[in-house]
Design a protein around this ligand. Structure first.
Ligand SMILES: *[C@@H]1O[C@H](CO)[C@@H](O)[C@H](O)[C@H]1NC(C)=O
Ligand SMILES: *[C@@H]1O[C@H](CO)[C@@H](O)[C@H](O)[C@H]1NC(C)=O
Ligand SMILES: *[C@@H]1O[C@H](CO)[C@@H](O)[C@H](O)[C@H]1NC(C)=O
Ligand SMILES: *[C@@H]1O[C@H](CO)[C@@H](O)[C@H](O)[C@H]1NC(C)=O
Length: 959
């Protein structure tokens, strides 16, 4: 029955809530179980005479279905009945055999499988009884195919014993005249190798040959180069720690009577490793009072009572030993490993092994003593080297033998058992049956969920750092009776990130902020005595998906439950929600607030629970509080909270835009100040600023005219800021001439332009109403149409823009005869920061929704300053909509916005920025706007001129 579980007996819900049992085969086909009494009145007809545990299945209409890759039901089942028996483990063995033969180009066919009692007409030969049980198959060579029956027998002998061992069953194999009969034993039948109608002509006896084939099947494939591992001198150990810290201590002495625990151990059936006990025909004795039986000679039996103690060990030890054995014989051909002791019987008076150590791991099959069987090469230090290479967890060279032990591990495949935590990996384990109920999953969980909530063993690992600042001890039961625990790795990361967050902005001398774990894992008895079934915390701690945390008593004022809950949402919700591993079924987070602690749990969505004793901050209604936390959760999972790792750095270099103000005073950003202090010499690729260029000299009077014109406008209004300073800034902004976008000349322009544009009382006007702000790339007339027309507001409508833009865009004719136009403030000759400052100002004055109109990703890139202003800095902006003209560029635009957003959250300075980035959407141009056809091409020049005139008119009107 237990064996079936491995291969999945599934309880399927059929329509109408009728539950019916099915058996699932490797082919992924399910067959329905039927009861014998429902299909026949003849009690013998479909009986399992060998008690193999197979089920009677309904194959009606399903004859063409496969039981495994190469075994079709019609070939396997009786020709006279649609009901059949088939043991999935036998089918596994048969398929492995067929696969092996196919690889060797031997074509086999199924000669016979299941037979009913009437099919075999009362025959009681062993073969026929097993055929009736559904635990036998007969394979022959396909007509005309190459290969021999000996090939088939050899393939079965090397494929099936390991499969059957896992179910504590034995292989039966009979060479017949035209076929090989293979069966898996039931009841107490022993391994059986025989001929019936076949004449064995091998060089060795059949049983010696059979054992060699079995040995072949036990050899791991491949080998490793172990030269990189050091040898281990006599008296030393690896790793150099106490054994219990590496592999944990003994939990319980497993005996044959503890069937489920004993079944998990496995028996080595081969002869490639020598065993002290079997050779000296020492014995296993069963329960006290029994006479001791020698370990069987010949092929070992796998039934629980047949197993030979020293051949028995945990799966992990088994995997290790077969690897080691192969490494040894590869290193020195002919050399053989000898196991002096593996699992120990623990019955009174018959301790085979280390009776001096009642806690020896041998009792769990997790320790062995080994040496070389004969000869002296490789020597023990080298065998220890190979043992490390083969994956032993702990090795001690005791001079005349090696002592080796392994960790507990669930199942037989390490990669299935490994779970990765930030700093370490842990192995999932099976717990001994006597404590199973302490750790059972809630009854509503189905068996497949087992994999998602693995148990780990804490023994010896209490001080292991799972992550920086997260020690295993903090996450396990406080009651030493419960050494096993569940723990989702995300819970560890969540805790680590909270602790990190609370300390990352700490300055020298600030106290360390400690976050205490009050509860992480709880065993079932603990949670049952602690929580009512209706408590939100019931069935959470026992799953390893919950934490109960507090600041410690030394935490400064303000470090209260509310804050801790906020940080928990901020740091953990995104982890839980965005985790990609299939392991986690939970994509959300819930919180419980208590008087002195915060409970957090991985959950389906978000919910907040405040206990009666929790004190809400003053002035918060319950609803308001709930909403705020929900908002925070949304911001957190959308990764919009500004949260740099290096706040000091982020704030030092942040240069937030400011609204217009008469008290504004431009300060250079930090990187400029630093460069100025260093007075660094420009590197080769750098632009070298020059102000005495012919261009600057010949155009000085044009710039004077610009200033004069702006001044004349200014004079029509009141100067709120000191007039002399304003005029000085005006001069600095428009008269300074020089090349390059970096260096002192440009920096001076930036300073003066900033001061000028902030001080004067010409408005941006997009703060007069919400939701009117539009950005577009000023070179693009098509997007300009969306941004500026039909009642939309764009920067051109800002009085401040109209005041300076016509001048800044002014063209002059250096030589009227040539009539070549040039810009007064061209980027090559004399770049001006006016437009980027205007954009920034327009952005910081925006209120409500802000729209961007871009053709493609290149345009989006050019608008990053505006994006940063409204996304990171301006607290009055509620939403950003980015409309993309070219559908093919939409993804590229989104990528740029996403990249910028993640740059803002990790490099923004929370002291200057919004708490969270403005939400944004990347959209197509709305249909109704697109329909109004674009303007005829080729009008660009005209349009620009027209616009300038319009701007001038507008300014005149304003005054
Ligand atoms: C046997 O038949 C009875 C009555 O038709 C039905 O309720 C029951 O489910 C059947 N059992 C199986 C195993 O098919
Ligand atoms: C076996 O399956 C066939 C086809 O689905 C069905 O008609 C029949 O009733 C089944 N037999 C039993 C005993 O359930
Ligand atoms: C926790 O501290 C914050 C910040 O100091 C404060 O605003 C809040 O009211 C406190 N919460 C409670 C429940 O006292
Ligand atoms: C926008 O936010 C600023 C603070 O940055 C505030 O002073 C101003 O009044 C807000 N404007 C509007 C229209 O809400």
């Amino acid at each position: 029955m237990a064996a079936y579980l491995l291969f999945g007996i599934a309880f399927v819900l059929c329509h109408g809530n009728v539950e019916s049992d099915t058996v699932l085969f490797r082919s992924n086909e399910r067959f329905t179980i039927v009861s014998e009494s429902n299909v026949t009145t003849n009690a013998e007809e479909f009986k399992d005479p060998k008690n193999t545990g197979s089920y009677l299945l309904n194959g009606t209409g399903l004859a063409s279905r496969a039981l495994s890759l190469n075994i079709i039901l019609s070939k396997f089942k009786s020709q006279s009945s649609d009901y059949f028996r088939a043991h999935p483990i036998l089918i596994d063995c048969a398929q492995l055999t067929i696969t092996k033969l196919q690889k060797a180009s031997v074509a086999v066919e199924v000669k016979k499988g299941y037979q009913t009692a009437s099919d075999v007409k009362g025959s009681t030969t062993l073969q026929d009884l097993y055929l009736r049980s559904g635990a036998a198959i007969q394979l022959g060579i396909k007509a005309g195919g190459s290969g021999t029956l000996v090939d088939i027998a050899g393939a079965a002998l090397s494929s099936c014993p390991v499969v059957f061992e896992s179910a504590q069953r034995n292989l039966g194999l009979v060479l017949m005249a035209d076929r090989v009969h293979i069966h898996m034993t039931g009841g107490t039948d022993r391994p059986y190798i025989a001929t019936d109608g076949y004449t064995w002509t091998g060089a060795q006896t059949l049983s010696v040959w059979a054992q060699l084939k079995i040995d072949e099947g036990l050899e791991p494939t491949g080998t490793s180069n172990c030269d990189a591992f050091p040898t281990l001198a006599s008296g030393s150990r690896f790793p150099d720690k106490n054994e219990s810290e590496v592999v944990g201590t003994l939990d319980i002495k497993i005996t044959r009577r503890m069937e489920n625990d004993f079944k998990r151990l496995v028996q080595y059936q081969g002869n490639n490793i020598a065993f002290e006990d079997s050779e000296s025909s020492a014995s296993w004795c069963g329960e006290a009072g029994n006479t001791c039986k020698p370990c069987s000679s010949g092929i070992v039996g796998n039934s629980l009572t047949d197993r030979c103690a020293d051949r028995v060990m945990s799966s992990r030890m088994y995997n290790f030993l077969v690897k080691l054995s192969k490494l040894i014989s590869t290193k020195t051909p002919g050399a053989k490993l000898k196991v002096l002791e593996a699992w120990d019987e623990a019955y009174d008076g018959h301790t085979n092994g280390d009776s001096s150590n009642p806690m020896a791991l041998n009792y769990e099959g997790r320790a062995v003593k080994v040496k070389l069987n004969t000869g002296s090469s490789p020597d023990l230090p080298t065998i220890a080297q190979l043992a490390r290479c083969a994956g032993a967890d702990f090795i001690q060279n005791n001079g005349d033998h090696l002592y080796i032990s392994v960790k507990m591990m669930r199942g037989s495949i390490e990669s299935d058992a490994i779970r990765s935590f930030p700093n370490v990996q842990l192995l999932a384990v099976d717990v001994p049956e006597y404590v199973q109920s302490y750790y059972d999953l809630p009854t509503e969980f189905h068996s497949e969920q087992d994999q998602k909530y693995p148990l780990f063993d804490s023994s010896g690992k209490e001080n292991l750092a799972l992550a920086d600042g997260a020690i295993l001890r903090q996450f396990i039961s406080r009651d030493p009776e419960f050494r096993y625990f569940r723990l989702n790795p995300l819970i560890v990361r969540c805790y680590r990130d909270i602790v990190y967050h609370e300390n990352k902005w700490r300055k020298d001398g600030d106290p360390q902020i400690n976050v205490v774990i009050n509860r992480a894992f709880l065993a079932n008895p603990e949670q049952n005595s602690m929580f009512d079934r209706l408590d939100k915390r019931y069935n959470t701690h026992n799953l390893g998906i919950a934490l109960d945390i507090s600041y410690d008593a030394a935490a400064p004022a303000g470090y209260n439950v509310t804050r801790l809950a906020r940080i928990a949402v901020q740091k953990c919700a995104p982890l839980f929600v965005h985790d990609k591993s299939s392991e986690s079924e939970w994509k959300g987070m819930s919180l419980g607030l208590y008087k002195n602690s915060v409970f957090l749990v991985m959950d389906e969505g978000f919910s907040l629970y405040t206990s009666k004793d929790y004190v809400r901050p003053d002035g918060w209604s319950e609803e308001h509080f709930d909403d705020e936390f929900y908002n925070l959760y949304e911001l957190a999972i959308n990764k919009r909270i500004v949260d740099p790792d290096y706040k000091d750095q982020a704030c030092l270099f942040s240069h937030p835009p400011r609204r217009q103000s008469i008290s504004f005073d431009y300060e250079h950003p930090e990187h400029v100040k630093r460069r100025r202090r260093r007075r660094s010499v420009p590197t080769e690729n750098q632009c070298i600023p020059q102000d005495a260029t012919p261009f600057c000299q010949s155009t000085a009077n044009h710039r004077d005219e610009v200033v004069a014109e702006i001044r004349s406008m200014l004079d029509r209004k009141w100067y709120y800021h000191d007039k002399d300073e304003v005029l000085m800034a005006l001069d600095g902004c428009f008269k300074i001439c020089g090349t390059c976008l970096e260096g002192t000349i440009y920096e001076n322009k930036v300073q003066h332009c900033n001061n000028f544009l902030h001080w004067i009382s010409w408005d941006l006007n997009n703060d007069k109403n919400p939701d009117i702000t539009n950005f577009y790339s000023r070179e693009n007339l098509n997007t300009r149409r969306y941004a500026c027309e039909n009642g939309e507001h764009c920067i051109e409508q800002a009085p401040l823009f109209s005041l300076v833009a016509p001048s800044a865009e002014l063209l002059y004719r250096p030589n009227p005869a040539k009539s070549v136009e040039e810009e007064l403030y061209s980027s090559a000759d004399n770049p001006t920061p006016v437009f980027s400052i205007l954009e920034e100002l327009y952005g910081i004055h925006a209120v409500g929704k802000v729209k961007f109109w871009v053709h493609d990703d290149t345009e989006m890139t050019s608008m990053k300053t505006a994006l940063k202003t409204v996304m990171l800095y301006n607290p009055n902006v509620t939403k950003i909509e980015i409309y993309v003209v070219s559908p093919a560029s939409k993804d590229a635009v989104r990528k740029i916005v996403e990249t910028s957003a993640s740059d803002f959250v990790s490099n923004g300075c929370p002291e200057h920025s919004r708490f969270a980035l403005t939400p944004y959407e990347v959209l197509d141009i709305p249909h109704h706007l697109k329909k109004r056809s674009a303007e005829p091409p080729g009008l660009k020049e005209e349009k620009l001129i027209e616009r300038r005139n319009w701007e001038k008119k507008w300014i005149d009107m304003e005054i």
